[in-house]
Write a protein that binds this ligand. Structure first.
Ligand code: DGJ
Length: 732
């Protein structure tokens, strides 16, 4: 033991000198700097590329080289513990980012720095490219760091290639590696299931590896999404603490390893899940990983979210700065039970309600095996002649005649065994040839790794638009996970999970090339799929089938850490016990829609909804494009509150909800606002006041921003007044 310790010490001293400038080789220091933060890469004398710093930016770049000497941690036995892209089979003793088997069967990899290249893509965006090479094998990795200065956001991905004489097996191929130093690390992660998406857990990371992953193939986030946050030293609050958000931009199996090592440092490896997926890489072929996006904030979770929201709207999300359509969906109003006459009535209700679009949901297709429930018809995308004798086009025309737009539901990646598609193309279906089929919601997944299936899926969408050029919206559903992963036409089965997602993206690329901005909702039986790769093709996502507004307050709160409100499709339904006002108020904190029987609304409820829609049309630019401040957490308060304010800090909307039914629960204390201009004067007016009731808020009173932020304001939330929406307006 003693001997071991001594050896460790010697190694540590030797290594410490390696990360310092030495007589042997000058280290190359590469800071990836944004407005407030820096990720600093540095080579050692052996050309290993390590991460020597991640945190608040220093004014003098030269000082980053002093960082390693400030750490007197226990022995470092490998010399590569801080590797920017850790390899397997050589000196690294920790979880690798990459593990390979070379053509000769050798499992070792060592990646040395060759050169790097930095360029500015525009005023705000920079791209760093670092070339690494194995000194023994003809094997290379290029690391990419794309950074957005103002938003403090970085995307990392890698390209892997070789020129060996044959195929190399990639056993692991992460997108990114990160390395953090702190006294303690606090992970906020999410788990869930249908109707229970985005359940948060926040815990201190203990030593060893914590893995967040999915092996579901499609609907990959059903049990766990790849989004997470790590607070350093203590759990960050909304406004305090250092916190890193991370997310993989990939709509399939993912894997995030968080390894707390013997030195108490945290290594993060994020990428496609290598589960059942060794990738056979041919000589000369390039394997490009998806991007891992991260944002760092030294001022808590709120700032991290706002930066990510800005980044998403400005650079990632399809039509992020654009507008969205309010809608009436018929799913919960009719389920599968409708016909043309019924839909025509609903189209009239759409107009009467005052939304922009009618969205026809599941059940409009299939004839041999009509889609009258979820057991048949999926895959047969011809209008059901009995329900819709005049086809979709007559409904589109009818919508137009009513002055509303028309949208439609599809689930083009899936098939019911009871369908003509399954009968005609059994080889298009993902299933093991020698094993019994196993279904998820009575359906199976189509093999999108097959180009013929890609064409089919593209044609489902293209066909709808070609026949109905004014079709204005698509709800793209995805309800099944992948069991028995096997693709009949795919040579190498271990490529299946990857090729599936690549196939999906290939189809979405084609759709977006032809239909660049038509809004599409990313639905996956709820939030089973949302991620920033998919959101390049979709304008919004469906957070959950659970639309009980009380549940939604919690769920939307958690989603809002990572995704801006404009992406969140929130529908008013009959879920939950709350009155229509409460349900509408909650749904307004995003992209508002309705899924109710409008004709069943009581007169006052109808008037309320119509007025609320007018109000929503006036304030939606603030909710969609403004800054979001989470004021009071529903998990720890009887009243939850969220504020959105425009960039000029002149107009805002504050949503307040009672989330406890305990005795006397309510806004006993004022709620402190955030994000206002302390020097400006504001008035507060209650919005969405239910017909026949009177607001208890005096809208003639004027308060300074300072007062509202230091003292706060009491929205007077209590039983019987359990949902209060306030408009904050600068005066003078
Ligand atoms: C699941 C979706 O989440 C629902 O909104 C609805 O579209 C159904 N599928 C239709 O089958």
């Amino acid at each position: 033991m003693k001997r071991m310790r001594e050896t460790g010490l010697i190694v540590a001293v030797a290594l410490l000198s390696l990360v310092q400038p030495t007589a042997f080789a000058q280290p190359v220091t590469i800071p990836v700097e944004t407005k407030h933060h820096a990720l600093v890469l540095q080579t050692d004398a052996n050309k290993n590329l390590g991460i020597v710093y991640m945190g608040a930016k220093l004014a003098d770049k030269n000082e980053y080289t002093h960082v390693p000497a400030m750490y007197k941690q226990t022995a470092e036995y490998t010399g590569v513990a801080n590797a920017a892209y850790a390899t397997a089979g050589s000196r690294n003793l920790f979880e690798p980012a990459i593990a390979v088997t070379h053509v000769d069967g050798n499992n070792s990899l060592d990646l040395q720095y060759v050169r790097h290249d930095s360029k500015k893509l525009d005023e705000n965006t920079s791209l760093l490219t670092v070339f690494l090479k194995d000194p023994v094998y003809n094997f290379e990795v290029t690391l990419y760091y794309k950074s957005w200065f103002n938003e403090d956001v970085t995307e990392q991905w890698s390209e892997i290639r070789h020129n060996e004489k044959g195929n190399v097996v990639l056993n692991k191929y992460a997108s990114a590696g990160l390395y953090l130093k702190a006294g303690s690390y606090w992970l906020r992660q999410y788990h869930g299931d249908w109707a229970k998406e985005m359940q948060a857990e926040e815990t201190r990371l203990t030593h060893g590896i914590k893995t967040l992953d999915s092996k579901l193939g499609t609907r990959a986030n059903l049990f766990q999404p790849s989004v997470f946050m790590i607070s350093l030293d203590k759990p960050a609050t909304e406004d305090e603490g250092t916190v890193l958000y991370g997310a993989l931009e990939w709509s399939g199996n993912f894997r995030v390893d968080l390894e707390l090592d013997n030195q108490d440092n945290l290594r993060i490896m994020a990428g496609i899940n290598n589960y059942a997926s060794p990738y056979i890489l041919k000589a000369g072929e390039v394997f490009t990983t998806p991007a891992f996006v991260s944002v760092l904030s030294s001022n808590g979770k709120g700032e991290a979210s706002r930066k990510l929201h800005n980044w998403a709207r400005n650079y990632k999300l399809l039509d992020g700065k654009g507008t969205r359509l309010t809608l009436l969906n018929n799913w919960e109003a009719t389920y599968f039970d409708f016909n043309e006459a019924k839909l025509k009535e609903l189209l009239k209700d759409t107009k009467k309600l005052g939304v922009d679009l009618f969205l026809l949901d599941d059940g409009w297709f299939a004839n041999k095996y009509p889609r009258n429930d979820d057991k048949a018809g999926l895959g047969d995308w011809q209008e059901n002649k009995k329900k819709l004798p005049n086809g979709i086009s007559s409904l589109v025309q009818e919508a137009q005649a009513n002055g509303v737009k028309f949208g439609i539901w599809i689930e083009p990646e899936m098939v019911n065994p009871k369908s003509e598609l399954y009968e005609q193309h059994p080889d298009w279906v993902v299933k093991q040839p020698g094993r019994p089929e196993h279904y998820f919601r009575n359906q199976l997944v189509l093999d999108l790794s097959n180009p013929a299936v890609q064409d089919f899926v593209f044609n489902v969408v293209d066909g709808l638009f070609t026949k109905n050029p004014t079709l204005a919206y698509i709800k793209w559903d995805c309800n099944a996970v992948i069991y028995n992963a096997y693709a009949a036409r795919l040579g190498n089965q271990s490529h299946f999970y990857i090729k599936y997602v690549q196939g999906l993206y290939a189809v979405l690329e084609r759709i977006r090339k032809k239909y660049p901005t038509v809004p599409m909702m990313l639905c996956s039986g709820g939030g089973g799929r949302v991620d920033y790769a998919a959101l390049q093709y979709f304008t919004e996502f469906w957070p959950s089938d659970n639309t009980d507004p009380l549940e939604r307050i919690f769920m939307q709160w958690e989603y809002s850490y990572f995704y801006p409100a404009i992406t969140s499709a929130n529908h008013v339904t009959d879920w939950g016990k709350q009155p229509i006002k409460f349900r509408t108020d909650v749904a307004m904190m995003g992209k508002l829609g309705f899924d109710i029987v409008v004709s069943h609304l009581k007169e006052k409820d109808m008037t309320f909804c119509q007025e609320a829609l007018k109000t929503y049309n006036a304030v939606k630019p603030i909710i969609w494009q403004g800054d979001q401040y989470r004021l009071q957490d529903p998990l720890t308060n009887a009243v939850a509150a969220v504020l959105y304010i425009n960039k000029e800090k002149t107009t805002g909307v504050v949503f307040n909800y009672l989330v406890s039914n305990r005795y006397d629960a309510g806004s006993l204390l004022p709620i402190r606002f955030k994000g206002l201009d302390p020097a400006k004067k504001y008035t507060l007016k209650e919005l969405n006041v239910y017909p026949g009731t009177t607001s208890t808020i005096d809208s003639s009173k004027v308060y300074s921003g300072e007062f509202l932020m230091k003292v706060g304001f009491n929205p007077d939330v209590k039983a019987g007044r359990n949902s209060v929406v306030l408009e904050v307006k600068a005066v003078g």
